[in-house]
Design a protein around this ligand. Structure first.
Ligand SMILES: NC(=O)c1ccc[n+]([C@@H]2O[C@H](COP(=O)([O-])OP(=O)(O)OC[C@H]3O[C@@H](n4cnc5c(N)ncnc54)[C@H](O)[C@@H]3O)[C@@H](O)[C@H]2O)c1
Length: 305
């Protein structure tokens, strides 16, 4: 979007003050997140139009590099085929280059890669950068569980919010309505900025002051989804599955509060809580794996329908 001022000095100031966003990760959800964000940066004056998206480089069967294909076709042909990304999404295979100018970092890779990625970024990001994690999962260390937002904050020395919810990426990619929850620690202004960056008419985002609660919801619901999948695979019926979901939610709350007494009850009624639990127990990957496992008589090798 063009600067709103005509004075050249004011225009330069305005451009300098604009926030620059980089998405670290370009899988299924990373690509959809870039699509959401890039549609907003074009329309909101406080953000630079361009959204960098770091791509873990891969060579496609055609021999081409994935990042080059994304930039040529505006499509992540491997992780989000059939969906056009806005032209202002720029794929970048060089992670240091991708993050260097950004003051808003969106982390969205599988959780097992995050520690290594953060260590590579030490000293390479802007001093005023803030982060948000869309990653569902946690590191379990000898000392106990470590939330991914904590890992990011501790390694990079920056504040980190989280965004979780009933968010199956392929549905959001085709602009079917869903809600999401931003969890923040103390800075409401930053949380509101993240809400503005992600919110669209088909992706309704709200913020709650409970980072751990939101992040634990996004992590623990996967365990309940496994139980729901076993129930499906054993043909135990809908009543039993509903019981698993109800008891599972209660256990998610109890464990979350045990780990972090600050976790709030109301968080479990946000999109990140009950809604994500329902969608994952109905349609998620973990549910499907457990279903296939049970139908295969508990043998490890099976194919997913
Ligand atoms: N897919 C969804 O619907 C969805 C929804 C909500 C949250 N999430 C969360 O988003 C996160 C990312 O999931 P996704 O579905 O986008 O991933 P994905 O499974 O679609 O893609 C995996 C990504 O990991 C990258 N990768 C492979 N090896 C790597 C390495 N060594 N180092 C760094 N990156 C490597 C791949 O290039 C690819 O971009 C996960 O934490 C997931 O729980 C996913």
């Amino acid at each position: 979007m063009a600067p709103s001022n005509t004075n050249p000095v004011a225009v330069a100031d305005e451009v300098l003050q604009k926030s620059r966003v980089t998405v670290v990760g370009s899988g299924n959800w990373g690509s959809v997140a870039a699509k959401l964000i890039a549609s907003n940066t074009l329309n909101i004056n406080s953000f630079h139009d361009e959204v960098r998206m770091w791509v873990f480089e891969e060579t496609l069967p055609s021999g081409e590099k994935l990042s080059e294909v994304i930039n040529r076709t505006n499509e992540n042909v491997k992780y989000l085929p059939g969906i056009k990304l806005p032209k202002n999404v720029v794929a970048d295979p060089d992670i240091e280059h991708a993050v260097k100018d950004a003051n808003m970092l969106v982390f969205v890779t599988p959780h097992q890669f995050m520690e290594g990625i953060c260590k590579r970024l030490i000293g390479k990001i802007r001093k005023d950068a803030v982060a948000i994690s869309l990653i569902k999962g946690m590191e379990v260390k000898k000392e106990g569980p470590c939330m991914i937002s904590t890992l990011i904050s501790e390694i990079l020395g920056i504040s980190c919010c989280v965004l979780m919810g009933a968010n199956i990426a392929n549905e959001i990619a085709v602009e079917k309505f869903s809600e999401a929850t931003v969890g923040y620690r103390e800075n409401k202004e930053i949380a509101e900025k993240w809400v503005r960056l992600f919110n669209t008419p088909y992706f309704m985002v709200s913020a709650v002051q409970d980072v751990e609660g939101v992040e634990l919801c996004g992590t623990l619901k996967n365990v309940v989804a496994l139980a729901a999948g076993f129930v499906d695979g054993l043909d135990m019926g809908n009543n039993t599955k509903a019981a698993i979901m109800r008891i599972g939610l209660r256990e998610m709350k109890a464990l979350s509060k045990l780990l972090f007494p600050s976790v709030k009850d109301n968080t479990f009624f946000e999109s990140c809580g009950v809604a994500d639990l329902i969608t994952t127990c109905l349609g998620g990957r973990n549910r499907r794996c457990a279903d296939a496992f049970a139908r295969n008589g508990g043998k490890r090798f099976f194919t997913l329908a």
